[in-house]
Each structure stands twice: as C-alpha cells, then as structure tokens.
Design a protein around this ligand. Structure first.
Ligand code: MF3
Ligand code: CO
Ligand code: CO
Length: 263
C-alpha cells in the first residue's frame, strides 16, 4: 500500500511533522562551520528534536532490514564522497571546503517528516559548489512534476535529465519513498527513468524525493559499518530531500524551510 493521508487530521499531522523536520535544518545551519564535528551536530539536532520539538529522531536504532545493524545516531551526516547514511563521529572535524549532507527524520504524533540538504563548510571549490547547486535543482525539477495524474517516471526522468545535462550521474540503489506512519513505505521514487512510466500520482499521496547526485560515476560501495554509502571513485556526491503531499493541483512541500523559495 502506498503512503497516503486519509483525512484532514492526517494532513495536519504530516504538515506538523514536515515543519518540525525543516526547523531542525533551519536551527543547525549556523553551526555547520569549520572545526565542528559531525557528532556535535548530531547532539545539537538530537536535543533540539527531543527537548524543543517534542519529537522522536527516527534514525536512532532504525534497521533497514531485520539483519541490518541498528543505526547508532539520530541524524545522518554525509561528508564529501559519502553519498548517504554517514554516521556522525567525533574523530574528524569538518574543514573549510567540505560539503556535508545533514539528513533529518522526525516522528511527530506518529507521522514522519524527512528532509535533508547539503551544506558548504566555509568556502568550497567552484566545482563542489556547482554540484551542490545542481543537486538542489534536480530536487526542484522533480517536485515540479508532481501533480495528480503524473507518473512516477516523470519525476525520475526530470531529475536524471538535469543531472546528465550537467555531466553528473544519479545514484540508482537508493531512492525516495512513501512516508507517513511508516518511515520507508511504498512507492519507491526512483531518481531516474522514463517519462510516462510507473505508478500514477494521486491526491493525498505523501512521499519523498531525495536525489543523490555524483560528480563522477554512479557506482557505490557500502562500508563495513553496514551503513555508510560512498562513491566507488571517491568523487563528491550531494543530496537534497523534501517530503511532499500531492494536492489537487500539484505538490505541497511539507518540509519547506523559511530560507527557501522553490525553483
Ligand atoms: N533519512 C534517510 C532517508 O531519507 C534514511 C536514513 S535511515 C538511517 O530515507 F537509519 F540511516 F537513518
Ligand atoms: Co527519505
Ligand atoms: Co532523509
């Protein structure tokens, strides 16, 4: 079954969960500076999620499958060639020139809000800045396709087309997903594919779009911690994610930040 809201009360809950997740990214922005550790960012986010927002950090102890090790932290911190699911650590402070994706998922009143963005740490190289910008554009190109009657493949195709036009590649092993009472629900939202194919979108569906865009090839490796996903060629990867509601005429971005205007 695909994730969908059943009534106005569900919609209000998804809005509240999405807003809470967005607020974490708004809060943390000023802390993403050279010298800070990803573990410190994890701690700040954890305390804000629990103490200020009264939410649950969904990643903590989350398992991808019954055999997978539980995720040990409250947020994901993916630096440079880490594609996604980077584990916060106190061993390696961020340095100027790094790019880092912070992925936040909160549970509020039983509903999930899932969002991420890539930050530039201090001044970064023009090629890193361009990758980060194009990855955000890929997310927006995907969101633009969302409306009742559109196909899931329209989203993937728009993202892939923009990435390829900019000589980047799209990660295929990880995708967006339905979300609501369940963190990772149907449908799978691929970030590549053909327009006019796949499931048709309907009003009330709730899902994420979260393209992972690589500077080099799309190929990846998972580290022995069972979580950290890196580019096989060790070149940079950037990701941006929003949780969306399909409305009567388009998309409502449930995790929109105050610093953000779409497109
Ligand atoms: N937030 C990630 C997503 O966008 C999933 C993280 S799972 C975790 O789907 F356990 F690593 F946190
Ligand atoms: Co997600
Ligand atoms: Co996420």
């Amino acid at each position: 079954m695909v994730a969908r809201v059943e009534n106005e009360a569900d919609i209000a809950c998804m809005r509240a969960a999405g807003r809470a997740a967005a607020e974490v990214l708004e809060m943390i922005e000023s802390h993403v500076v050279p010298g800070v550790t990803t573990e410190h960012l994890n701690q700040l986010c954890h305390d804000y999620i629990v103490d200020t927002l009264g939410c649950i950090p969904a990643p903590l102890n989350y398992r991808n499958s019954p055999q997978s090790p539980p995720y040990p932290k409250s947020i994901c911190t993916s630096v440079n060639h880490v594609i996604c699911h980077g584990i916060p650590t106190d061993r390696k402070p961020l340095k100027a020139g790094d790019i880092v994706n912070l992925d936040i998922t909160v549970i509020k009143d039983g509903f999930h809000g899932d969002t991420s963005r890539t930050f530039c740490v201090g001044k970064v190289s023009p090629h890193a800045e361009r990758l980060v910008r194009v990855a955000q554009e890929c997310l927006y190109k995907g969101i633009e396709k969302v409306r009742p009657g559109a196909f899931l493949g329209d989203i993937g195709n728009a993202i892939e087309t923009h990435a390829v036009k900019n000589h980047y590649s799209v990660v295929q092993e990880f995708c967006g997903h339905g979300t609501g009472r369940i963190f990772h629900d149907a449908p799978q939202v691929l970030h590549y594919g053909r327009a006019g194919t796949g499931m048709r979108l309907e009003e009330g569906m709730t899902f994420t779009i979260e393209p992972m865009i690589n500077a080099g090839t799309r190929h990846l490796r998972i580290l022995s911690d069972g979580w950290t996903v890196i580019t096989r060629d060790r070149r940079l990867s950037a990701q941006w994610e929003h949780t969306l509601l399909v409305t009567g005429s388009g998309a409502e971005v449930l995790t929109l930040r105050r610093d953000e205007s779409l497109g």
